[in-house]
Design a protein around this ligand. Sequence first.
Ligand SMILES: NC(=O)c1ccc[n+]([C@@H]2O[C@H](COP(=O)([O-])OP(=O)(O)OC[C@H]3O[C@@H](n4cnc5c(N)ncnc54)[C@H](O)[C@@H]3O)[C@@H](O)[C@H]2O)c1
Length: 345
Amino acid sequence: MSELVLPRVDGVQGARCFVTGAAGFIGSSLVRVLANSGADVVAFDNLATGHAENLAGVREETGREARFIHGDVRDREKLARVLPGADLVFHLACLGVRHSLHSPFENLDVNARGTLSVLAQARAAKVKRVVHTSSSEVYGTAKHVPMSEEHATDPHTVYGASKLDGECCARAYWRCYQTPVVVVRPFNAYGPRSHSEGDSGEVIPRFLVRALVGKAPVIFGDGSQTRDFTHVYDSAAALVRAAVTPNIEGETFNVGAGREIRIDELARIVVRAVGRPELSAEHIEPRPGDVLRLFADSSKAARLLAHQSSVAMADGIADLATRLRALGDDAVRALDANIVVRSWA
Ligand SMILES: NC(=O)c1ccc[n+]([C@@H]2O[C@H](COP(=O)([O-])OP(=O)(O)OC[C@H]3O[C@@H](n4cnc5c(N)ncnc54)[C@H](O)[C@@H]3O)[C@@H](O)[C@H]2O)c1
């Protein structure tokens, strides 16, 4: 397998881009895709769950620096100082789904009120486009598949509810004030800088880290849950296309890879990918509020954004395994030590 190549997207060269949640998993790839495409990037984050190191190496990888500003999206005065001058705003800052299970008030506050705060300052600054990053979690479990943007929204968690709240505010800003907003609903992403630790831990890096230290994947419930896993380079490229495609203000787009995969099948793929096929998954109780089925219809993004996911899952998993191995055995053991199995408690 050849190394995955950072995408380059036309249309953002020279654009001043303001990225919230930039030190997080998707944000740190988005910063790279923007810089690689010739944009000037301001990276905004309060490092609640993101890491400053996620932005190290941007210059080496892309030839361009990203400027980091520490701040909270709920801090409107700070945003009023640092956001003006941006052409494009990408709003990704959030607290995650497991966080919402133990801290629902803080989760809603950041994900919903924080979004409103970004929208208000983007409106005041008269930016050219706000791309609001929502989530497939707004749907709850699939009532039919594949799920188009018309599928009913029925979130299972306060996180899903907070993301729906944020995207409703985003579309309201377009309808009421003509703030040029586009909403993107990524389906589950994986890839470089994905979280395995604490309540941010995602299934693919958790399975990989455990397999690399010789431990079996842990599955919540029977493993029949499905997801449409999308490589983060594809998720990030879709966000950029949503920022530069003309005449799509007020629209909402799914972004998935177009493959539905069961979690028990994923566990087998991961252990095979790291050469440990003998590791068979352990099953524990289901996670509260876990969505059972997600599978995107991303044809609207293909049609209007000319976006197609391009990274095959085998290549994306192999690339992430290579990156984790390159950290060295001690670092992988340290990552394993930071995995919290019941990460919602
Ligand atoms: N990872 C996925 O699979 C996935 C799927 C669908 C949607 N999304 C959405 O994509 C976006 C990014 O997700 P991610 O997986 O990169 O999450 P992440 O936790 O890695 O990144 C979120 C970032 O937001 C920052 N943040 C949190 N609270 C903040 C605040 N009050 N002010 C400023 N920054 C704050 C964190 O420090 C972190 O760096 C989120 O909006 C999420 O809802 C992610």
